[in-house]
Design a protein around this ligand. Structure first.
Ligand SMILES: C[S@@+](CC[C@H](N)C(=O)[O-])C[C@H]1O[C@@H](n2cnc3c(N)ncnc32)[C@H](O)[C@@H]1O
Length: 399
């Protein structure tokens, strides 16, 4: 999902001439074995970020660079080059890793990825805990800073009006993600994608008062009182409150989505929460989640479902128009006349589905939409089509 979301995020921000800023707060070493696989999704989050960025430029510029999988390569340092700065590049990747061994591996692995694409790069050691890597190829505008730091001790880069940031926060447990710090990554021009360890938080809720208070950024009594109005189960409740608090920190209208991850025993492990202040961000994330989910009724990814059904994980979009159509109809039936925009907003904000115009065709064919008219009172030329040049108004059947 990180890969799919990034592909859309990088594509959109770059095509709008914005600077794309990718921040990975718990980066890891970037690769799980020394296999240097062709498949981007098999890498850890930081190398997914680098590869998605490189492939953006290759596709856009029709460049000849191709990923050329080889065994690991030793990349020598290339210090001493004077004026390379992060801000000279249109895609900037910030990687933070707290463990020194992972940090060293990550620095080397970022270089290996550039090398496997045959992209020249400059590596500059800013200090013992900070290395920057710059593409030396004008057609690949990527800079990367790798920091050996604790996530909670480093502030995000300043975001100017031409910048858009997406942060990925993937900690072990919940101890290193105090709300006072995580909240710096939400707001205007920033999106966050955080793995909220529901199972851990639930287990330690009554044991680790200080830790839970830091996580939520409020006193335990306040957390408990805010949990009261929620129903259903404790794991979902904690996640929903956490999501609400993050939204409040956005300081403007915020859009949120959550996704649950279950293990092979069908136990929920963690939730992935996404917050954006931009509606487009929500839509893009929903598409990525939809492609990742295995469950038609909620956004969920489960080892249990895979092993029970003996199925291979399929991360392709499996949404069917016939599943979405009844949900739309239930909402708008009884002769209501509404614009396509209203229906689209309902699907994006109030259902688990992604928006596909094809669903409207399904409703027409089954006589659930009885009339389609433009504001000027005209019908589309062909039944079941809704050309974009006009705002169409749809009349739904009575029942
Ligand atoms: C769950 S792993 C991240 C995996 C990575 N996102 C990926 O997709 O491969 C968490 C990483 O965070 C590092 N870490 C632990 N505490 C940290 C902290 N306070 N700040 C930054 N990194 C930390 C660990 O060394 C580990 O590599």
């Amino acid at each position: 999902m990180w890969m799919r979301h990034l592909q859309a995020f990088v594509g959109k921000t770059q095509s709008c001439q914005l600077n794309t800023i990718i921040y990975d707060g718990f980066a890891g070493a970037g690769v799980y074995s020394n296999a240097w696989d062709e498949d981007i999704a098999k890498y850890g989050s930081p190398l997914i970020a680098i590869r998605v960025s490189i492939e953006h430029f290759i596709t856009k510029g029709k460049l000849i660079n191709r990923f050329n999988a080889r065994a690991s390569i030793e990349v020598g340092p290339n210090d001493g080059v004077a004026d390379y700065r992060m801000t000279n590049y249109s895609i900037r990747v910030y990687l933070v890793e707290g463990n020194i061994s992972n940090f060293n591996k990550l620095v080397k692995n970022v270089g290996i990825i550039f090398d496997l694409y045959a992209i020249k790069f400059i590596r500059k050691k800013r200090s013992t805990d900070c290395v920057e890597i710059f593409s030396a190829d004008d057609s690949i505008s990527i800079s990367c800073r790798v920091s050996h730091e604790k996530f909670e001790n480093v502030d995000p880069p300043h975001i100017f009006s031409s910048d858009r940031l997406v942060a990925f926060i993937d900690p072990f447990g919940y101890k290193h993600i105090p709300m006072s710090h995580v909240s710096k990554f939400v707001g205007l021009r920033k999106e966050i994608y955080i793995n909220y360890m529901s199972q851990f938080v639930n287990r330690f809720f009554n044991v680790d008062e200080e830790g839970v208070q830091k996580l939520f950024g409020m006193a335990k009594a306040d957390i408990e009182s805010r949990l009261l109005p929620y129903t259903s189960d404790r794991l979902d409740n904690g996640m929903a409150l956490y999501k609400d608090i993050l939204k409040e920190h956005c300081g403007t209208e915020a859009f949120a989505l959550s996704f649950e991850m279950r293990n092979i025993y069908n136990t929920r492990l963690y939730h992935m929460i996404f917050i954006s202040c931009h509606e487009k961000g929500l839509e893009v994330m929903k598409e990525a989640m939809n492609a990742g989910t295995q469950n038609p009724t909620c956004f969920a990814l489960s080892d249990f479902l895979i092993s029970k059904k003996g199925q291979k994980m399929n991360l392709r979009n499996g949404q069917k128009d016939e599943d979405v159509a009844p949900v739309i109809f239930e909402r708008f039936k009884s002769n209501q006349s509404v614009s396509i925009k209203t229906v689209r907003n309902f699907v994006i904000h109030d259902t688990i589905f992604v928006w596909r115009k094809g669903t409207l065709k399904n409703l027409c064919v089954n006589n659930k939409i009885t009339n389609v008219l433009s504001a000027a009172g005209q019908h589309p030329q062909r039944r079941g089509t809704f050309p974009d040049h006009t705002e169409w108004f749809l009349t739904f059947a009575a029942s």
